[in-house]
Design a protein around this ligand. Structure first.
Ligand SMILES: Nc1ncnc2c1ncn2[C@@H]1O[C@H](COP(=O)(O)OP(=O)(O)OP(=O)(O)O)[C@@H](O)[C@H]1O
Length: 246
């Protein structure tokens, strides 16, 4: 992969309220340029909402900025598993065209994209299934295609929302290889992930989120039994502290 210059991503006192729910409160964190930065937290913690806020899909309070080292580059996004109706007449190729070019998918690939799309599908092991309907793929195969669309055009910032969720062992290995390539190329990666072992091994930095930031730092320093208990415990932190003191 050619060298790119990923931006820093800055959240400053970001808050988000949806309906009556305060989904995010006082979230401040900085994703360093070219780093792999993981966000971990329990179900309903606000991780996907944080991603959607970054993508400009939700009205937030506070400051959110992308600090590019030069001219703004491409931002890629790999969503959490998408559902497709089994009868939907959209093949893998149609989906790749729809996601990666302005030209309507039914007119075929834009010439500039042909080689990149082939290479991306090859990299995720889906080159042999380009004419399959999206709705006929297994969950893991669909996830591989979602990863492939995030590769085209080459991003400088990549936002991944649980990209490993449906992947089997081989798929997880493909993902790890991609991550290593992005790291080497200087891509900034913001990565929402449930697999703490993978985060500990592969991320440069990790933020523990449960509506607000509970911890933030290098995995080796912040992923301790106590911080994880605090993050994933369904009981209020105050109650745990009181029990510990008793
Ligand atoms: N449009 C909405 N209106 C009201 N509440 C919402 C809306 N969207 C999300 N929420 C709530 O915001 C909270 C955070 O949801 P979010 O999907 O960001 O969590 P998450 O950390 O990504 O969870 P998971 O790990 O289960 O994917 C949840 O309680 C959810 O019900």
């Amino acid at each position: 992969m050619t060298r790119v210059h990923g931006p820093a991503v800055v959240f400053e006192r970001v808050a988000l309220t949806l309906g009556r729910t305060q989904v995010l409160r006082d979230v401040s964190l900085r994703v360093a340029p070219g780093s792999v930065h993981a966000i971990v937290g329990p179900n309903g913690a606000g991780k996907s909402s944080l991603v959607k806020t970054l993508l400009g899909q939700t009205p937030h309070q506070g400051r959110l900025a992308l600090e590019w080292p030069g001219a703004p580059g491409v931002m890629g996004y790999v969503p959490q598993a998408l559902a497709f109706d089994a009868g939907l007449p959209m093949t893998v190729d149609d989906f790749m065209a729809a996601m990666t070019q302005r030209k309507p998918a039914f007119l075929g690939f834009a010439r500039a994209r042909v080689a990149e799309i082939s290479a991306a599908l090859e990299r995720v092991g889906m080159a042999g299934k380009r004419q399959r309907r999206m709705g006929a793929l297994s969950g893991g195969e669909r996830q591989r295609v979602l990863l492939a669309q995030g590769l085209v055009p080459t991003p400088a910032l990549l936002v991944l929302d649980e990209p490993m969720a449906a992947l089997d062992e081989a798929g997880a290995q493909v993902f790890e290889q991609l991550l290593a390539g992005w790291k080497q190329a200087g891509v900034t990666v913001l990565w929402v992930e449930h697999d703490l072992e993978a985060v500990g091994r592969l991320a440069d930095h990790v933020t523990g989120l449960n509506r607000g930031v509970l911890f933030d730092g290098p995995p080796r320093e912040v992923l301790t039994p106590q911080t994880l208990l605090d993050l994933f415990s369904t009981r209020p932190r105050g109650a745990l502290a009181q029990e510990a003191a008793a």
